[in-house]
Write a protein that binds this ligand. Structure first.
Ligand code: NAP
Length: 247
């Protein structure tokens, strides 16, 4: 089995499989982050070289179940995984977390892209907590009137932001600490992707308690439905028992 990872769901599935010990599985990472926590299964790092490369890997490594447990915003990898599995006739199973839903007291402005998110902050200068990762920071260079507090896992190399402070941290985060951070930096707007990650949800609770509005970047082409680790394990077991069933 090959698990395309980079999420806590992938790690949870890897832990469940490692505990069972009845499946030879490898966990795959793109290699975007420098600091990587220890993993319960053998790991490989780096791209496969598109659909072609992944299809070849599935055949040469004898993989018969491909699990796409990538982040909801990793759409390229998911599309390539679907195509490669289909091309070489392997079972493809998906694991994903449900999207966050606004709760009473939340003030969300939902947008489709980072460019829309930058515009949605508004014309007046604001102090913004930016928790969108490091790859799309350039979109906010178009709104230089704002101050940005940028939190990423690894240090940011290039960004193009006129007024910004940078912090590095890896979740899970705690609601009290998130509220303290937002108060300390006098944050007026939170910008985030709708990852749905439990480890990252504390900032939403903190924003709610402080009355801080949220610019929420919607998931690209996703029904938002959870495809749980348990459902993936059931599909894997059914497949191994000779009953083909994708998730
Ligand atoms: P992406 O745009 O969908 O994928 C870009 C390329 O990165 C893919 O074509 C593939 O290269 C390689 N790749 C992606 N995931 C891989 C994996 N698990 N193993 C091996 N190669 C992989 O992905 P992304 O948005 O840059 O995300 C990269 C990774 O970070 C993903 O594994 C994802 O789960 C994780 N992540 C993403 C986000 C996010 O907001 N996008 C947040 C947290 C974690 P080849 O074409 O060469 O195979």
């Amino acid at each position: 089995m090959l698990i395309l990872g980079g999420t806590s769901e992938a790690t949870a599935l890897a832990q469940a499989l490692a505990r069972r010990g009845d499946v030879a599985a490898t966990l795959s990472f793109a290699g975007r982050t420098v600091s990587m926590p220890a993993q319960p299964l053998p790991v490989r790092v780096g791209g496969f070289g598109g659909v072609e490369g992944l299809a070849r890997y599935l055949v040469t490594e004898g993989v018969d179940i491909l699990v796409d447990a990538t982040h909801p915003f990793a759409t390229q990898m998911s599309a390539q995984a679907r195509e490669a599995a289909q091309r070489v006739g392997r079972l493809m199973v998906q694991v994903s977390r449900p999207a966050w839903q606004p709760q009473p007291g939340d003030v969300w402005r939902e947008v489709a892209t980072m460019e829309e998110a930058a515009a949605a902050i508004g014309a007046a200068p604001r102090r913004v907590f930016l928790t969108i990762g490091s790859l799309q920071l350039a979109a906010f260079a178009a709104a230089p009137q704002h101050f940005y507090l940028v939190r990423t896992i690894d240090a940011v190399a290039a960004h193009g932001l006129a007024q910004a402070s940078f912090i590095t941290a890896r979740g899970p985060f705690d609601v009290e600490a998130e509220a303290r951070l937002m108060r300390e930096h006098r944050i007026e707007v939170l910008v985030t992707k709708n990852s749905g990650a439990a480890a990252a949800a504390a900032k939403l609770e903190a924003a709610r308690s402080l009355g801080v509005p949220v610019v929420m970047v919607r998931r690209p082409a996703d029904d938002g439905a959870a495809k749980t680790v348990e459902a993936a394990l059931a599909a894997i077991d059914a497949h191994r028992a000779g009953v083909p069933r994708g998730v």
